[in-house]
Design a binder for this molecule. Structure first.
Ligand SMILES: C[S@@+](CC[C@H](N)C(=O)[O-])C[C@H]1O[C@@H](n2cnc3c(N)ncnc32)[C@H](O)[C@@H]1O
Length: 283
């Protein structure tokens, strides 16, 4: 049996009772470690909580070495733990499909995901459009197709959840050229970095009818679901100066705000924000 078990967003105790019983019944327990991180818990704390040794499943192991996970699930019980919900990332349906091909039974245990916990902003989940991902730009690679989707959502009055890039276990290119394998330290895009890229796109617009402008209010959300959750609402051109602390971060670009949503968001406006500017946009 292959169990895909969501851990939720806060700490290991957010696992469901059903999920915990499954973990404890498994000989092999993998922890998916490249689409998300548990912001407030170390690996050893997780191992003590689950009373299991955890096998770190990075992208290589899941995408190229999935045979090992499936072999364990064929001959016994194996668990694949995913921070958030197992289907909160686009990649894990593939593992289920491969298990199905080998006639390995699977069971999924759902949990909170950033895709629904973003409701902590007070924005109605029903009013979100397509979710986008914002990648880290390089000197030579600056993709901006996510902006079109934000504009399409906004034009329809819909909010956009922007998931921010995570780079873990990226090879260092200089070392690679010298035939060595050295990994860069993990990087997690901050709200300020995302907004910096967004502002460059907005400022490069040549038409006046772009539905997203520098003065529009956006929300930065950090470590949602953890005890240090932090949410800030301010105009896009002020968000670039906000420090929301350690990862993980996401950005929300609201569409048309319902009065209840405006009331809720008001709580997240920093005291130092120029009041009339923010209120003019939010309310
Ligand atoms: C692939 S997605 C989500 C994966 C996870 N399985 C889930 O269901 O939440 C990863 C991105 O979601 C966002 N994210 C995940 N957890 C978050 C949290 N607790 N607070 C803020 N953003 C979060 C970050 O932008 C992160 O880069």
């Amino acid at each position: 049996m292959l169990y895909l078990i969501g851990l939720g967003l806060g700490d290991p105790s957010d696992i469901t009772v059903k999920g915990l019983e499954m973990v404890r019944s498994c000989e092999h327990v993998y922890l998916e470690s490249y689409t998300s991180i548990m912001t407030s818990t170390s690996l050893s704390d997780m191992e003590s909580f689950f009373q299991k040794k955890l096998i770190i499943a990075d992208r290589d192991l899941v995408e190229q070495g999935a045979d090992q996970i499936l072999e364990h699930a064929k001959t016994g019980n194996a668990a694949f733990l995913v921070i958030g919900d197992p289907f909160g990332a686009t990649t894990h349906t593939d593992l289920v499909l491969r298990a199905r091909e080998l006639s390995i039974p699977t069971q999924i245990v759902h949990n909170a995901s950033i895709l629904n916990a973003v409701g902590a902003t007070g924005l109605q989940l029903y009013s979100f459009g397509e979710t986008v991902s914002i990648p880290f730009w390089t000197d030579t690679w600056k993709p901006d197709s996510f902006f079109d989707k934000i504009c399409q959502n906004k034009a329809r009055g819909l909010h956009t959840l922007c998931l921010l890039d995570i780079k873990v276990k990226e090879p260092n290119l200089d070392a690679m050229m010298r035939g060595k394998v050295v990994f860069e330290p993990p990087r997690f895009m901050t709200v300020a970095q995302a907004v910096n890229q967004l502002l460059q796109i907005i400022n490069a617009q040549t038409t006046d009818d772009c539905p997203v402008t520098n003065g529009d209010v956006c929300l930065g959300v950090a470590r949602v679901g953890s005890p240090t959750q932090h949410i800030v609402a301010c105009p896009i051109d002020q968000m670039v100066n906000q420090d929301l602390g350690p990862p993980l971060h996401s950005l929300v670009i609201p569409g048309k705000l319902h009065p209840l949503e405006s009331d809720y968001i008001a709580e997240f406006i920093p005291r130092n924000t120029v009041e009339n500017k923010t209120e003019a946009v939010v309310l």
